[in-house]
Design a protein around this ligand. Structure first.
Ligand code: SF4
Length: 325
């Protein structure tokens, strides 16, 4: 099977606190997944679950503590940004922070065309840029010479996507791309991702806390909790019939898979985060309604439950260890 991106045992640790009271948090803990061509793969979970850390390491913005990342089979080393040469682009949460308010947005596009030597003349560059803008419902004429503040958040996020498309990427890493966009425009961005997958064969690593859009847009999904992938399978398998108690908690916090709704949880999370990251055994044990004695001391294995990866002691009997390949 072709794998555009293959992440194996990715671990990222951070030291926190003073010299005298230093603690080490494992923000990504042996994270393993892959993305196939023309696939939307979602990494989902609450804020502080490790999904953005994973994306930053995959993009080479931060170094992994251990583990391997292959872009098109080529390893991302400490120095070389393999993802750049292998045609990966990134889209971030806040489109306003993506663009300098004192620069026209078209200057970013021309810079990208120039850096990647994608056109032999200015006319050719404009044609290429216009073609990408039209994919997101805009045109060169309506955007040339304008500054970021002349666009709405939704338009600017579309412009970010068009900019990512200028290099004809095979994989786009989109970190919370709709969380700062109005509910009325969220669907249009999400539909755009589906169109890019279906019409252009682009794969997307979609990082979100919003299960409703994840269900609507995704092919496969991994649910993360405190640095671990706790459940992974197709969106149907994981969101329609969650097995892991944490996935159930998340799923039950959205009454229906409606992409125009924001997903929120009623659980107060901030104060729990550090405690859960440091917990021995299963990190969800403090909140899990099904917790057993073993959960407080032994880390659960990644089990194969009807083809779905589930990291939970509840399934220890009769299920083999999940094969990541
Ligand atoms: Fe709950 Fe135990 Fe499963 Fe963790 S391993 S989710 S505490 S039942």
């Amino acid at each position: 099977m072709d794998k555009l991106l293959e992440v194996t045992d990715l671990t990222k640790r951070y030291a926190q606190g003073s010299v005298l009271a230093r603690i080490v948090l494992t923000a990504a803990d042996h994270v393993t997944f892959y993305i196939k061509p023309a696939e939307i793969f979602t990494l989902a979970g609450e804020s502080g679950c490790g999904k953005t850390t994973t994306a930053k390491v995959v993009l080479g913005f931060e170094e992994a503590t251990s583990g391997t990342i292959l872009h098109n089979g080529k390893p991302q080393g400490r120095k070389e940004k393999v993802w750049v040469t292998e045609g990966v682009q990134a889209i971030f949460q806040d489109p306003f922070s993506t663009f300098n308010p004192l620069r026209t947005v078209d200057s970013y596009f021309h810079e990208t065309v120039q850096n990647y030597r994608l056109a032999g003349s200015k006319k050719e560059a404009i044609e290429r840029i216009d073609q990408k803008l039209r994919l997101v419902g805009l045109s060169y004429a309506e955007f040339a010479g304008k500054y970021p503040n002349e666009f709405s958040g939704g338009q600017l996020q579309r412009i970010s996507i068009a900019r990512a498309l200028v290099t004809d990427p095979k994989l786009i890493i989109a970190d919370e791309p709709v969380s700062m966009v109005d509910a009325s425009l969220r669907m249009s961005i999400v539909n755009l991702f589906k169109k890019l997958r279906d019409d252009l064969g682009v794969s997307i690593l979609y990082i979100t806390h919003d299960l409703a859009t994840a269900y609507y847009v995704g092919d496969r999904i991994a649910i993360m909790f405190r640095g671990n992938i706790v459940e992974m399978g197709t969106v149907e398998q994981v969101l329609m019939n969650p097995r892991h108690p944490y996935s159930k908690l998340l799923r039950d916090s959205i009454p229906q898979a409606d992409p125009t709704r924001r997903w929120t949880t009623t659980v107060s999370l901030a104060e729990l985060e550090q405690e859960e990251y440091l917990r021995r055994g299963c990190r969800f044990a403090g909140r899990c309604p099904d917790a057993m004695e073993i959960c407080r001391g032994v880390v659960p294995a990644d089990l194969d439950v009807d083809g779905v990866l589930v990291k939970c002691h509840l399934y220890a009997d009769g299920h083999s260890v999940h094969d990541p390949s």
